[in-house]
Design a protein around this ligand. Sequence first.
Ligand code: G6P
Length: 489
Amino acid sequence: ERQEVRPYNRQRLLVVANRLPVSAVRRGEDSWSLEISAGGLVSALLGVKEFEARWIGWAGVNVPDEVGQKALSKALAEKRCIPVFLDEEIVHQYYNGYCNNILWPLFHYLGLPQEDRLATTRSFQSQFAAYKKANQMFADVVNEHYEEGDVVWCHDYHLMFLPKCLKEYNSKMKVGWFLHTPFPSSEIHRTLPSRSELLRSVLAADLVGFHTYDYARHFVSACTRILGLEGTPEGVEDQGRLTRVAAFPIGIDSERFIRALEVPEVIQHMKELKERFAGRKVMLGVDRLDMIKGIPQKILAFEKFLEENASWRDKVVLLQIAVPTRTDVPEYQKLTSQVHEIVGRINGRFGTLTAVPIHHLDRSLDFHALCALYAVTDVALVTSLRDGMNLVSYEFVACQEAKKGVLILSEFAGAAQSLGAGAILVNPWNITEVAASIGQALNMPPEEREKRHRHNFHHVKTHTAQEWAETFVSELNDTVIEAQLRISK
Ligand code: G6P
């Protein structure tokens, strides 16, 4: 095999996340095609180019046969990706169960799913066991590919058990862990039966990162209150060993979006969209079809706006792109029917023979179509009930240099801390307030739009995904050096 020549100054980065940046679709016994995966984590990490990065993660499919596994590993290797093969049962218990039915709703303050709360409580232990087993499988693959000096960067709530597994293999491994969701108040975290084990395994990392200072603070207080450890301005201390805890707000590769607006295909798309919605203001929502995104609340607020503002009824349209996600989890299935029901009702109520107020799509758009849509939008609605950061708000701002549209943004999204000064901040649970903010946005004078956009655009341009990753990795390198110095003193 061809020996790889690595530029001497480039450190190798092993990025470990549950989902690889590409998802595999089987085309034949040994042939696969790869598609870009959805979600904020992937869109941010696509902007990280400075390192010799390898990706380790689940390809999103069950591949029970060796022929298929070999062929898929080969196809993924071209994208610098290394698959972790998880069988159906593990995916069911670890991914659908513990990750997405327990940790995800809890970390977003939504509690356990209402209807099957007791069933979920009963399956806690077996699902947690599967979670640990899956994390161990990730650790095995990391360990197999690890070379001395590599930085191992673990991502998200799926892999909270991974830092501990990795340090057990090799205590010298440089391990960072970053959470892309909120970390909830310690009062929420302490309801988890596995609360202590999860905290302890995350603390095995050298550096632990969050999007906002608040999430970092919640994590530290969970460690002090639940584990009785000492919180310091640097992080958490346990018998003289420090785990550094800090905030690293993520960004996007803004230039990629700005450049896309000059591609002829995007310009053509924009032209078509403008013709299609001529005479109407375009409002846009782009979300994974997830309960944390507050899609039903957003649509109800739009209905309220139409109810109270008859003169706007034929002058505004809401385009809602809802990318299906985690479709095997019952809570997500329920959400899909709920959203369809509400959209249907409102379109029946306010639609005419020639136009409907809401266009709802249950699918993702390709990158160019998405950029065109962002660029022609007058008002973007990001109404997450909770959201680690929310990069859709960043993507929208990046595409608005010409139009200077308005961003309505939930105060419960991490992005509210960075784009708050330019956006109209709302409490997404208060549909009267959101309806009023729609009116405010549609009627906003151009000078005010310009001023708000300037603020946000500057932030999105200067706080990139690239910079985020570089800061985290250099902080991780420094943390490890400082720890070595402390030990040798
Ligand atoms: C969020 C999570 C990511 C996840 C993404 C898509 O952004 O923080 O870790 O990859 O959602 O969800 P999925 O379950 O499809 O990977």
